[in-house]
Design a protein around this ligand. Structure first.
Ligand SMILES: Nc1nc2c(ncn2[C@@H]2O[C@H](COP(=O)(O)OP(=O)(O)OP(=O)(O)O)[C@@H](O)[C@H]2O)c(=O)[nH]1
Ligand SMILES: [Mg+2]
Length: 190
């Protein structure tokens, strides 16, 4: 599997992961790939610094981006973050979709909403929303989140997932949905 920062040029669809720093983007990539050592997962926020591409067979790339909302990064770094995110949409005709990863305990910050609006306006591609770390919620809180998440983001039933480290069923369902959307993208673009 190709994993690196070099821009791919093989025409495979790309699905970009966004979200606040520490939300669990890199961990989700590893779970989707069944490879715990693939993307760099860290306790401290701000560990993913570049745009990393992870190739899933002949199907698609997942693109790991640094998170936003990490207060102690410098202005220059914030500006370069903005450029990375912008670049992952602009000039990528292979952009097929996005995955917004939010922490289940803070599922809808202003930054997340801004990002969704910006995505709808600029990219207009499939967007999945994943709430991670549901294992840190009570059963009741998960039930509430299930009601709230689709309303908060006005998103269709098969586009949002609640992920917990104790269970792989939501990750498996997300993997199937991402594969489907990559295949649809390929069929439409060929
Ligand atoms: N309990 C629990 N911890 C998780 C889960 N997903 C991620 N984590 C932890 O959250 C921390 C951050 O995970 P990362 O995947 O590195 O987060 P990130 O969004 O890539 O962070 P940046 O690269 O800084 O933007 C790590 O300590 C992970 O082990 C989850 O579902 N449950
Ligand atoms: Mg990361």
């Amino acid at each position: 599997m190709y994993a690196g920062t070099r821009l791919p040029c093989d025409g495979l669809p790309e699905i970009v992961l966004f979200g606040r720093s520490n939300a669990g983007k890199s961990m989700l990539i590893n779970r989707l790939a069944h490879n715990a050592g693939l993307a760099r997962v860290a306790k401290a926020p701000g560990k993913t610094r570049y745009r990393h591409f992870f190739r899933f067979g002949d199907l698609f790339y997942l693109v790991d981006l640094p998170g936003y909302g990490f207060s102690s990064v410098s202005k220059t770094e914030k500006a370069s973050w903005g450029k990375l995110v912008d670049d992952s949409i602009k000039d990528r005709p292979t952009l097929a979709g996005g995955i917004l990863v939010v922490d289940a305990r803070r599922p809808s910050t202003e930054l997340d909403h801004d990002l969704v609006q910006w995505w709808q306006a600029k990219a207009a591609r499939t967007l999945f929303i994943v709430a991670s770390k549901a294992d840190k919620l009570t059963h009741q809180e998960v039930t509430t989140l299930r009601d709230e998440l689709p309303r908060l983001y006005e998103i269709a039933e098969d586009r949002w997932y609640i992920v917990s480290k104790d269970s792989s069923s939501a990750v498996d369902a997300l993997r199937r949905a991402v594969i489907d959307s990559a295949k649809t993208w390929k069929a439409l673009s060929s």
